[in-house]
Write a protein that binds this ligand. Structure first.
Ligand code: GDP
Ligand code: GDP
Length: 436
């Protein structure tokens, strides 16, 4: 489950996002001849040969008005902290600059493997422009042209050979892997501490693999859990830490590794756009979700406050109407004891398998009670339904014509499934296939 990560570092305009898009694939069209166009996506997944990995474009994390060198330093720090291999990209057309040398110095001091790519060498005869970059002391430079897609294979060959030896990932040990996500200062670190400190949990010995040093495994009442990215949550004092982009990046990475995602909201300040955005990532990734309203101690309350807040959440988070809401205080510990049982419950639902016969009974009833509307004189027929996957539960409906299965009717079926089988906390996926 834990894939290695490649981070791309380099001065503005050297071609980082062009390379990012090449590696992540499928999005080449959005690179325009204008810097900054693709800056929204800074985290993605790539594949090369038999390797799967995450990719980070550190150029997307900008620190307001800081001078270039500060920006570069922060990006290099992120790359060192977040990745297994760093792709350092320079501009072969412009040649070596002071900023390149400053970054190289930082990277040399870290213990992370670095692969140096000299970009914009679009023609073979420009290759000799790469030799001056040997002076960066980062080994052999690779001549590439991200715009033309040349040399990138060799670059990735070099990168993947530097991945850490496969870690023995214990994904199927029955432990529930959960992540805490939310904007800076919402209380993630406090909640981790309260869960670990006050919940009669037994924190496992850290076995010393990289992954264990980042995540925290523990046991409570015989159930194993792993808190994803405890190290990242607790990391403090980096300049980039409070930027929105960085916190979104962290959230995406944690979601990737988790079964259950706790979306933390600041009860004192209410819901902001970014809360919805990161909850959206968790939903799209098919993770089980719990909405946690923290700092509830600091909220002036009367008998209706919780109900009103809940109503607001439901309005703002309609796309995750299945997510349970827990109001708590990481600071006082109030109601923190509810959190692990809720995590356990949604994790069970996330991997719930329903017998095919029960599913088909449910579909028969649904169709009998609310027949699908007809479309241009034709009516949808559902022949059969079966669950094809869990995490999240995924169902295939065999029908006479998938085009007749409209969104509103799918939604209706989803609701009936939820009423019948209780999928609290987990998204479910409904797919359709034409029965031949
Ligand atoms: P970033 O700021 O480092 O992410 O750089 P971008 O990927 O946004 O690229 C900056 C500019 O360089 C854009 O105009 C790209 O079209 C251009 N560019 C990127 N790769 C190449 C390349 O291989 N050759 C040439 N000639 N231009 C490139
Ligand atoms: P993070 O950036 O999301 O990890 O947030 P922290 O855990 O560092 O918390 C940020 C601030 O909020 C700290 O000053 C905490 O003491 C405070 N805080 C965290 N949880 C609570 C809470 O439940 N109630 C109150 N009143 N303050 C809290």
């Amino acid at each position: 489950m834990s894939k290695p990560t490649i981070a791309i570092v380099g001065r503005p305009n050297v071609g980082k996002s062009t390379l990012f898009n090449r590696i992540v694939g499928g999005r080449l069209a959005i690179v325009e001849d204008k810097p900054g166009v693709t800056r929204d996506r800074l985290y993605g997944n790539g594949t090369w040969l038999t390797h799967e990995f995450h990719v980070i474009d550190t150029g997307g994390i900008e620190l307001g008005d800081e001078p270039l060198l500060q920006q570069m330093r922060a990006q290099a720090e992120i790359a060192v902290d977040e990745s297994d291999v760093i792709l350092f990209i320079v501009d072969g057309k412009t040649g070596l600059t002071d900023a390149d040398e400053a970054v190289a110095q930082l990277l040399r001091r870290s213990s992370k493997p670095v692969v140096l790519g000299v970009n914009k060498l679009d023609h073979y005869k420009q290759r000799n422009q790469m030799y001056e970059f040997y002076s960066l002391g980062l080994g052999d430079p690779y001549a590439i042209s991200c715009a033309h897609g040349q040399g990138i294979g060799d670059l990735l060959d070099a990168a993947v050979t530097k991945f850490p030896a496969a870690e023995q990932a214990s994904d199927d040990d029955g432990a529930i892997r959960f992540a805490l996500i939310g904007r800076p200062n919402v209380g993630k670190s406090s909640l981790v501490n309260t869960i670990l400190g006050k919940q009669r949990v037994i924190v496992s010995d850290l076995a010393g693999t990289t992954r264990d040093a980042i995540d925290t495994p523990f046991t409570r009442d015989g159930q194993g859990y792993v808190i994803i990215d405890t190290a990242g949550i607790r990391r403090r004092g980096r300049v980039y830490e409070k930027t929105e982009k960085y916190s979104v990046l962290r959230a995406q990475r944690s979601i990737e590794e988790a079964d259950v995602v706790l979306v933390l909201i600041n009860g004192e300040e209410g819901i902001i756009e970014q809360d919805k955005k990161i909850a959206g990532y968790a939903h799209d990734a098919g993770r089980a979700i719990i909405i946690v309203v923290n700092k509830w101690d600091a909220v002036k309350k009367d008998g209706k406050t919780m109900h009103q807040f809940e109503k607001k959440i439901r309005e703002q988070f309609q796309f995750i109407d299945y997510a349970p809401i827990v109001f708590l205080s990481a600071l006082t510990g109030s109601r923190v004891d509810q959190i692990l049982p809720v995590i356990q419950q949604v994790a069970e639902n996330h991997s719930l398998r329903i017998q095919t016969s029960l599913l088909n009974d449910c579909i028969m009833d649904t169709v009998a009670m609310t027949p699908p509307p007809s479309d241009k004189g034709r009516r949808l027929k559902i022949y059969y339904v079966t669950e094809v996957a869990v995490r999240p539960p995924t169902f295939v409906l065999f029908v006479n014509d998938p085009e007749l299965l409209h969104f509103s009717y799918l939604r209706h079926i989803e609701n009936r499934f939820r009423e019948t089988f209780g999928f609290i906390g987990t998204p479910i996926k409904l797919l359709s296939r034409k029965k031949n």
